[in-house]
Design a protein around this ligand. Structure first.
Ligand SMILES: C[S@@+](CC[C@H](N)C(=O)[O-])C[C@H]1O[C@@H](n2cnc3c(N)ncnc32)[C@H](O)[C@@H]1O
Length: 325
């Protein structure tokens, strides 16, 4: 069911064709899914997904939706739910498939609502979503009629979730590559819009990440960057000594002014912060579709303005900037 051929075929009809061999190499030859012990089981889940008939698809509302013209029977509904639960944990969503509501850990639609009003229209644009997770935001981008959306993320489970959703919503113009940003061709300077949402604080070298993002953008292209920030002024940055909100791989949390300085220093113009808000407890929480611990368990039980380690609780900001010409 995992098939990159439609991506390669699409690429041949675009100016990105010159990187076809590179992409074939990284997603075919370098791809070793067997490295994950659950890969065979996930594949079986995908292979057994039912076909829904006369499906109506909607990318323009909170839940990415695919519904058949005739509602499923109770039995089919229960079977579909059980199949999709085989790809637990579902972190980014929500989705509604054939009447099964996938209530993911994150209300990723809230993030999209904070981002969309502030960005250049995606119509006819070639878009890259770095760290796309399950691909939820890629489907929401499809509602804006882009020329093509490429999502990259090294997580195999999230790729399987993308393909499960694609099975029901159809091919569209969204393509998922199971690679990290480091596997992208160098100096592409090709994308009209690049999203990096929820990735920067996981990078050991945030400046290098910003430069990589700039080099993926065509001159004048738009970066949409969402990341954790702290309150404070120019120069303030938190580097957690150990874990942050139980996450082990968190490196740099800048203040908004520091973040904007980093962007300018790395070759971006017209840098602005368009949104800044604490992460609400009902935006990230455990559900039937993600039964592990979640934000409520990562905050100080006596003071939810602090993480369990005593750092400021998660606050996220969205920045928009233009790659210098
Ligand atoms: C916090 S999630 C954000 C998901 C989504 N962008 C969102 O905003 O909801 C971070 C994602 O970055 C991915 N990631 C980690 N290392 C990466 C890398 N080197 N290149 C691209 N994505 C990466 C993770 O697998 C994860 O899905």
């Amino acid at each position: 069911m995992i098939n990159h051929q439609p991506f390669f075929e699409h690429l041949k009809r675009t100016p990105l064709e010159k990187w076809l061999t590179h992409f074939q190499q990284v997603v075919n030859d370098d791809f070793e899914p067997e490295r994950h012990g659950d890969f065979a089981r996930w594949n079986e889940v995908l292979d057994k997904l039912p076909t829904l008939h006369d499906t109506r698809v909607n990318f323009d509302q909170s839940a990415v939706t695919a519904n058949p013209a005739d509602p499923l029977s109770e039995k089919s509904l229960a079977e579909l739910k059980e199949s999709l639960l085989g790809l637990h944990p579902w972190r980014k969503g929500p989705f509604s498939i054939g009447g099964v509501d996938i209530d993911t850990e994150w209300r990723s639609d809230w993030k999209w609502d904070r981002v969309l009003p502030h960005i250049s229209p995606l119509k006819n644009r070639t878009v890259l979503d770095v760290g796309c997770g399950s691909g939820y935001h890629m489907w929401r981008m499809c509602a804006e009629d882009p020329a093509m959306v490429i999502g990259i993320d090294p997580s195999l489970l999230f790729m399987m979730q993308f393909y499960a959703i694609q099975h029901f919503v159809g091919q569209q113009s969204a393509y998922y590559l199971p690679i990290g940003i480091e596997a992208m061709p160098k100096n592409m300077r090709s994308f009209c819009t690049v999203f990096s949402m929820g990735v920067l604080y996981h990078r050991r070298s945030p400046m290098d990440h910003l430069i990589e993002l700039r080099e993926l953008l065509r001159p004048g292209g738009e970066l949409v960057l969402e990341t954790l920030v702290i309150d404070g002024g120019l120069g303030d940055t938190l580097v957690p000594s150990g874990r942050y909100a139980r996450m082990g791989n968190v490196w740099f949390l800048p203040s908004p002014d520091t973040m904007m300085l980093w962007l300018e220093k790395c070759g971006f113009k017209n840098v602005r912060m368009v949104d800044c808000a604490p992460t609400a407890l009902d935006e990230q929480r455990a559900t039937e579709w993600m039964t592990f611990q979640s934000l409520g368990d990562f905050l100080d039980p006596d003071d939810v303005t602090k993480t369990i380690e005593g750092y400021p609780a998660p606050k996220r900001a969205v920045f928009v900037a233009t790659a210098a010409r």
